[in-house]
Write a protein that binds this ligand. Structure first.
Ligand code: NAD
Length: 479
């Protein structure tokens, strides 16, 4: 006889979040009305409830923000001593820790990710980034960039919706630590945690204009990219928009880093500890509903262990809890937007049409909101769209290999090159494989590990430049 445990609801209270009905733009230390008066709505993707109306910045607002950032850089932030800048970053990191619960609940409301991820990953990792770069701020002369490295000036920073608060930290922390000021544009479906960051910046008395936040969609991002007053653009998002930005900056002196998409291979050798590997597979593709640029979306399994791996994987997927993202027991939350759900649906339909076999565990999806059941495709060939294109959802494509050489060839058969995973008991095989995989990050016997001291970034169509660690300072310094 088998028995199943029923989980009682364990929702996190949303009372800790003080949502305003409307938000302005954050320019020169204050919330201001957008010039054109336009707003857009941000919704909770788990319920479709409108959370707030947010200001839509146009080119004039972007110009105001860049001017404020320039003034702050030349008059205040640039001339300030390194140690003083570090104090602001430490203060910011500490206030994030103090307000962690509020930030996590807000992030979950606006993004749809499970509270246990925003609480245990997004917010603490963001705080760790600010702490880490606070530590670098007064040690730049010892970071390997010469004895007196200089900031670039003003950075325009554009981020996606999958880790809104964490991506803001990846951008803002190294920029401020190196003496730059910035204009940040959050994604249009998840602006709220950046606006709470703005409130925190007011709370810590960060000098006005050091960080400016302009909300809006692609048009706002484009206005930022086209602004001639920027010394640097840092972009995280899709490869197609990354290419547009690269074209727009051609011939301009503005420096650029691009963190783009991925289609990572997670390679399971026959000697791997299979139960651990299955946990790594699940974490690799179902963490954050698969809305992860470095997600292990292509599973490469050595043919001799395909059956036990699939059996264990299916059993494990049957235990995932899908639903209310604010429930502390939820493993899989909502898809971030109707558009993203449509994209996942279109790509998975192509998997069916091209002859792959779809498997999904039995699960009840909520009636309202945007949801997609965890999905595994077997019988996938390398030419299938689901093996080539980034789905950015909870969808795993399974391929097999017989020899290590074949595993490497298949893993590298992608225009991307952001991350990869290797599962084997043999240390020598880890090194052999890692040396041959063309990916910015290779995880061994683990997946999706992020550390502020470790550089992250891609090859090929996954972009260029590194964020995190000492390497993450370089793109913000005139080296
Ligand atoms: P997206 O490219 O559509 O949007 C990203 C950001 O760019 C948003 O803020 C958006 O408003 C803005 N934008 C859109 N059009 C623009 C334009 N023409 N000019 C300037 N800005 C513009 O991507 P998305 O759907 O928000 O995010 C998902 C993508 O991001 C995936 O491909 C994912 O792999 C990638 N991503 C990469 C990393 C990384 O570190 N490599 C991290 C997270 C996400």
């Amino acid at each position: 006889m088998t028995s199943t445990w029923e989980y009682a609801p364990a929702p996190e209270s949303r009372d800790v979040v003080d949502l305003r009905s409307e938000y302005g733009l954050f320019i020169d230390g204050d919330f201001v009305e957008p010039h054109g008066g336009g707003t857009f709505k941000t919704v909770n993707p788990a319920t479709e409830e409108v959370l707030a109306a947010v200001g839509e910045a146009d080119a004039e607002d972007v110009d105001r923000a860049v001017a404020a950032a320039r003034r702050a850089q030349t008059e205040v932030w640039g001339p300030m001593s390194d140690a003083e800048r570090a104090k602001y970053l430490y203060r910011l990191a500490r206030v994030i820790q103090e307000r962690a619960r509020e930030l996590a609940v807000l992030e979950t409301l606006d993004n749809g990710k499970p509270i246990k991820e925003s609480r245990d990953v997004d917010v603490p990792t963001a705080a760790a980034h600010y702490f880490s770069y606070a530590g670098w701020a007064d040690k730049l002369a010892h970071a390997g960039f010469g004895s007196d490295p200089q900031p670039l000036g003003v950075a325009g920073q554009i981020i996606p919706w999958n880790f809104p608060f964490l991506m803001a930290a990846w951008k803002v922390a190294p920029a401020l630590a190196t003496g730059n000021t910035c204009v940040l544009k959050p994604a249009e479906t998840t602006p709220l945690s950046a606006l709470l960051l703005a409130e925190i910046l007011q709370q810590i008395d960060l000098p006005p204009g050091v960080v400016n936040i302009v909300t809006g969609a692609g048009g706002t991002g484009q206005a930022l990219v086209e602004h001639p007053g920027l010394d640097k653009i840092a972009f995280t998002g899709s490869t197609s928009v990354g290419k547009q930005i690269q074209r727009a900056l051609a011939g301009r002196p503005t420096k650029l880093t691009l963190e783009l998409g991925g289609k990572a291979a997670n390679v399971i050798f026959d000697d791997a500890a299979l139960d651990q590997a299955v946990e790594g597979i699940v974490n690799g593709i179902f963490f954050n509903q698969g809305h992860v640029c470095c997600a292990g979306s292509r599973l490469l399994v050595q043919e001799s262990v395909l059956e036990p791996v699939m059996d264990r994987l299916k059993r494990r997927l049957g235990t995932l809890r899908i639903g209310d993202p604010l429930d502390k027991n939820t493993d899989l939350g909502a898809i971030n937007s109707a558009e993203q759900l449509a994209r996942i649906t279109e790509l998975t339909d192509s998997g069916d049409a091209q002859g792959a076999q779809r498997w999904q565990p039995e699960c009840q999806l909520p009636d309202r909101g945007y949801w997609f059941a965890p999905t595994v495709f077997t019988g996938v060939s390398q030419s299938h769209r689901i093996a080539r294109e980034e789905i950015f959802g909870p969808v795993l494509s399974v391929l097999t290999f017989r020899t290590p050489d074949e595993a490497v060839t298949k893993a590298n058969n992608t225009p991307y090159g952001l991350s990869a995973g290797v599962w084997t008991e043999k240390g020598s095989r880890i090194l052999w494989t890692a040396e041959r995989l063309r990916a910015g990050v290779v995880w061994a016997n683990t997946f999706n590990r992020f550390d502020p001291t470790s550089p992250f970034g891609g090859y090929q169509e996954s972009g260029f430049g590194r964020e995190g660690g000492r390497h993450g300072l370089a793109p913000y310094l005139a080296t």
